[in-house]
Design a protein around this ligand. Structure first.
Ligand SMILES: *Cc1c(COP(=O)(O)O)cnc(C)c1O
Length: 402
C-alpha cells in the first residue's frame, strides 16, 4: 500500500486511537508496544552525533529528553486528545509544575479557581509566590470573579473541572474567552473528566494536563503525567525546561500507561455508568444529606456539565452530616477500599477533609463547601450489584449512633 492510501489516524474513533495510536514497531514486528529501557542512544559516527545534537537529524539523544516508548505514549495521548503535541511527565504534579513554571516569570500574575487538588493549590498558593509570581484564587463558578481578577500582567488562568473533591464544574469555554481577552493562556487539569469525557482544547483551553496515574493507568500501578497543546507553544515553553529539570516519565511506566489506554474508553464508560447508579442510590438513602454528581439534575452546574462533558464521570461525593458518620460509613465498607487514589478499577472512598484536602486551610475548605461530613467515592469496575450492597450497608451503618 502506498503512503497516500494509508488511513489517517485522525479519522479514527477514540477506541481505535487508544489501541492503534502512536504504535512504532521495531524490526521484530512485535504486537505489544516494545519497552525501550535505555537511558541513552549510540550514534553511527561522531558526525551523526553532531547532527543529532544540532537538531539537523531527528532521533533520540538521552531519556531525559525523550525515549521511544515514552514517545509512543505521547503520540497516542495526543491523538486521543486531538492535540498537536504531548510531553510526558513522571507524575501529574510534575506535569502541572512544569506547565505553570514554563509559562510564568517573576512579575506575572495567575488566576486560579479555588476548588483544586491540594498539591495544585500548594504550587499556586505557596510555591509560585516565592518566585515573584502573584496569584489570585476565585470562585471558579463565578465568571464575574474571573473577570474582576484579571490584571494587565495576568499570563495564566488555571482550573480543574470537575474539581476535586466536590465535583464543581467550571465553564471552560467562558474562562478561555476571559483569559484570551486579557492576553492570558488557559491551563486545564482534566484528570477528573479524563480525555474520554471532556476535550478542553476544543472548548478553547491552550494547555491540557493529565495525571495519567488516574484514569489512564486506572489500575493502580504507576505514576504518570502529560502536558498537551499546540506544538509551537509546547516547544517554546517546555523544551528547555523539560530537558534541564528532568520531570521525565520512565519508559517502563510509559509502557504500563500504553496498556492502560487500550481499555481506557471501556473503563471510563462503565465506571461512569456505575457512578451514576451509585449517586442515585445514595440520593435515595435516608442518611445522605446531599449528593454531588455532575450527571444528576440536582448538581448545581448540571446543565453546564452536560454541555461540556459527554457523561457525568466516574466520581461522586456525598454528605453524611458529620465526621463520625463519614468515618462509620468508611469503616463499614467491605468491598470498596478506603484510599485517596481515584479512577481505579477498584472502587475507593475517602474522607477528603482529613486526607486529600488536609493541607487546605479550614476556611478555604468551607468556602468550597467541603464540610466534615463529605465522602468522595470513585466507582470502579466491580459488579454494580456488589457495590450497591456494600454502599447501602455502609450508609445504613453511618446512621448508627457513634
Ligand atoms: C491526582 C491528581 C493530580 C496529581 O497527580 P499525580 O499523578 O498524583 O501527581 C493532579 N490533579 C488532580 C485533579 C488529581 O486528581
Amino acid at each position: 500500500m502506498s503512503d497516500d492510501n494509508r488511513e489517517d489516524p485522525n479519522a479514527w474513533a477514540p477506541a481505535t486511537r487508544l489501541i492503534r495510536g502512536g504504535m512504532a514497531r521495531s524490526n521484530y514486528g512485535e504486537i505489544s508496544e516494545p519497552i525501550f529501557l535505555t537511558q541513552s542512544f549510540a550514534y553511527d559516527s561522531a558526525e551523526a552525533a553532531d547532527r543529532r545534537f544540532s537538531g539537523e537529524e531527528p532521533g533520540f539523544i538521552y531519556a531525559r529528553y525523550g525515549n521511544p516508548t515514552v514517545k509512543m505514549f505521547e503520540d497516542r495521548l495526543a491523538l486521543l486528545e486531538g492535540a498537536q503535541a504531548c510531553r510526558a511527565a513522571a507524575s501529574g504534579m510534575a506535569a502541572i509544575h512544569t506547565a505553570l513554571v514554563g509559562l510564568l516569570k517573576a512579575g506575572d500574575h495567575l488566576v486560579a479557581s479555588r476548588a483544586l487538588f491540594g498539591s495544585c493549590r500548594w504550587i499556586i498558593g505557596q510555591l509560585l509566590p516565592r518566585f515573584g509570581v502573584e496569584t489570585t484564587f476565585v470562585d471558579g463558578t463565578d465568571l464575574d470573579a474571573w473577570r474582576a481578577a484579571m490584571r494587565p500582567n495576568t499570563r495564566v488562568c488555571f482550573l480543574e473541572s470537575p474539581a476535586n473533591p466536590l465535583l464543581e464544574i467550571v465553564d471552560v469555554a467562558a474562562v478561555a474567552q476571559i483569559a484570551h481577552a486579557g492576553g492570558a493562556r488557559l491551563v486545564v487539569d482534566n484528570a477528573f473528566a479524563s480525555p474520554i469525557l471532556q476535550k478542553p482544547l476544543t472548548l478553547g483551553a491552550d494547555i491540557v494536563i493529565y495525571s495519567a496515574t488516574k484514569h489512564i493507568d486506572g489500575q493502580g500501578r504507576v505514576l504518570g503525567g502529560a502536558i498537551l497543546g499546540d506544538e509551537a507553544l509546547l516547544e517554546e515553553s517546555y523544551k528547555d525546561l523539560i530537558r534541564h529539570t528532568g520531570p521525565a516519565l520512565s519508559p517502563f511506566s510509559a509502557w504500563v500507561l500504553l496498556k492502560g489506554m487500550e481499555t481506557l474508553e471501556l473503563r471510563v464508560m462503565r465506571q461512569s455508568e456505575t457512578a451514576a447508579r451509585l449517586a442515585d442510590l445514595a440520593a435515595g438513602h435516608a442518611n445522605v444529606r446531599k449528593v454531588l454528581y455532575p450527571g444528576r439534575a440536582d448538581h448545581p452546574q448540571h446543565a453546564l456539565a452536560m454541555r461540556q462533558m459527554s457523561a457525568g464521570g466516574t466520581i461522586l461525593a456525598f454528605d453524611l452530616g458529620a465526621r463520625g458518620a463519614a468515618f462509620r460509613f468508611l469503616n463499614a465498607l467491605q468491598i470498596v477500599d478506603i484510599s485517596n487514589n481515584l479512577a481505579d478499577a477498584k472502587s475507593m472512598a475517602v474522607h477528603p477533609s482529613t486526607t486529600t484536602h488536609r493541607s487546605t486551610p479550614e476556611p478555604e475548605r468551607l468556602a468550597i463547601g467541603l464540610t466534615e461530613g463529605f465522602v468522595r467515592l470513585s466507582a470502579g469496575l466491580e459488579a454494580y450489584e456488589d457495590l450497591a450492597r456494600d454502599v447501602t450497608r455502609a450508609l445504613d451503618e453511618a446512621g448508627r449512633d457513634g
